[in-house]
Design a protein around this ligand. Structure first.
Ligand code: NAG
Ligand code: NAG
Ligand code: NAG
Ligand code: NAG
Ligand code: NAG
Ligand code: NAG
Length: 372
């Protein structure tokens, strides 16, 4: 009897521990004044704030492959900041560098761990910074500015009057990096030099996107064979077959992110693929309403093609960012204008089910720290 009740106390305690114990820290970038550090509830993914690090509008975050450093673009402050990840998950400021041109819209660490990849939205510039031994950001390498030309003569269209660099990310072949230019509707294919220089690829210098659609962010399939991009103004996702040896991209499919009968203005936001490679998520930002959503697609891993399986409300307004935990169990969506994070549990098909809504100032991006 006693043994039995002890057992049941033990099992209650174990359940309690399992429900509060976090496997890792979750870092949330925002348009507020901090990077917030959370732990997640193992049952429903709900977040508990455990620490905060001051940083001005640290909208996007990127973890170094060593797991030792996190980098932020301070989008409204025109800087890039480096932090050391402490054992307890706290972030310790290392240094910062000015961005070249205003509105650094994204940050990514190159998978080699040697470079930080940066953009200036306003000036349409891409560049790299060396990452030093202690994680500090070095002096920026020479920038690449897109030509202020537009083959589609869209100069009168707002946001397309000049180049606007939105994202710079590594390709699967790490000698290539891809520069998204929303303003001139192209994705530049650059060769990354050992010194961090960027030069146009000779095989295929850029991928053209329908004029005015505004290519914003991209992601590779887990097997590296396909490349998916979301457009900010076109409300579609495009799929390309990637040849990692030749470094070329061949168009496969475009698919809408909104229901056919949706008539409000909407802007594409983030695009991510689940860790098992089977599901793709894209966000729709609808200004002024809580009608923003997450579009969920099944990926045919043979053809790369997408099939829409769900469009679900994002649990707030203006879902700018979204990320998936390393187990693929929970999806976190940052609703910038309603100051809420939607927490969703995934099912076997990759579909989403809202489990919690977390209050946090203007959330944007999510980065998952190492296992603890
Ligand atoms: C960025 O922050 C520094 C101090 O932290 C401040 O002096 C500067 O004015 C800020 N710049 C902008 C563009 O907000
Ligand atoms: C984490 O550890 C660092 C020292 O390594 C300490 O300065 C900091 O206060 C700790 N943070 C928390 C939230 O305990
Ligand atoms: C892809 O990477 C390999 C080395 O891993 C390199 O030999 C090849 O030239 C690269 N292709 C491109 C287009 O950079
Ligand atoms: C769009 O169509 C779906 C069903 O096809 C319906 O549930 C929804 O209410 C419609 N939305 C609008 C804005 O008409
Ligand atoms: C992927 O597409 C191919 C070609 O259309 C089809 O034969 C195959 O059954 C599809 N795979 C899945 C898992 O749906
Ligand atoms: C999430 O956690 C917060 C604070 O810890 C709590 O107030 C809220 O009720 C939780 N929500 C759910 C759905 O568990």
């Amino acid at each position: 009897m006693l043994a039995k009740s002890l057992l049941s106390i033990a099992s209650v305690a174990a359940t309690y521990l399992a429900s509060v114990q976090a496997k890792r820290h979750i870092y949330v970038g925002s348009y507020g004044n901090n990077i917030n550090v959370y732990t997640a509830n193992a049952q429903n993914g709900n977040l508990t704030l455990v620490d905060q690090t001051e940083s001005l509008a640290p909208s996007y975050l990127s973890l170094h492959p060593s797991n030792q450093y996190i980098y932020a673009c301070n989008e409204l402050n025109n800087t890039y900041s480096a932090f050391q990840v402490e054992k307890n998950g706290s972030l310790k400021f290392i240094n910062k560098q000015n961005s070249i041109g205003s509105a650094p819209a994204h940050v990514a660490v190159h998978p080699s761990g040697n470079f930080l990849l940066g953009t200036s939205y306003d000036k349409g510039i891409f560049w790299t910074y060396p990452i030093e031994q202690n994680g500090a950001i070095g002096s920026p390498n020479k920038e690449v500015k897109d030509p202020a030309v537009n083959g589609d003569s869209l100069a009168s269209l707002q946001g397309h009057e000049s180049p606007h660099a939105h994202q710079l990310i590594s390709a699967i072949n790490q000698t290539q990096v891809l520069g998204f230019d929303l303003g001139i509707d192209r994705i530049n294919v650059f060769t990354l030099g050992k010194d961090g220089s960027l030069t146009a690829s000779t095989e295929q210098p850029y991928i053209n996107i329908n004029g005015g659609a505004g290519p914003r962010h991209g992601v590779f399939s887990k097997d590296g064979k396909f490349f998916y991009i979301i457009t900010e103004e076109g409300n579609f996702i495009s799929v390309f077959k990637y040849d990692a040896i030749l470094g070329t991209f061949i168009f496969v499919q475009s698919i809408d992110t909104l229901p056919a009968n949706f008539s409000k203005v909407s802007y594409g936001g983030e695009i991510r693929i689940s860790p098992n490679g089977k599901t793709l998520y894209g966000t729709n930002r609808v200004p002024g309403t809580e009608e923003g959503s997450i579009a969920v697609y099944k990926i045919n891993t043979t053809t790369g093609k997408l099939t829409l399986v769900q469009i679900i409300g994002s649990a707030g307004e203006y879902p700018r960012g979204l990320n998936i935990d390393p187990e693929g169990k929970f999806v976190y969506c940052g609703n910038q204008n309603s100051n809420t994070i939607g927490v969703f549990k995934t099912d076997a098909e990759g579909k989403l089910h809202l489990t919690a809504t977390v209050h946090q100032p203007s959330p944007a991006d999510f980065e998952f720290g190492p296992d603890i």
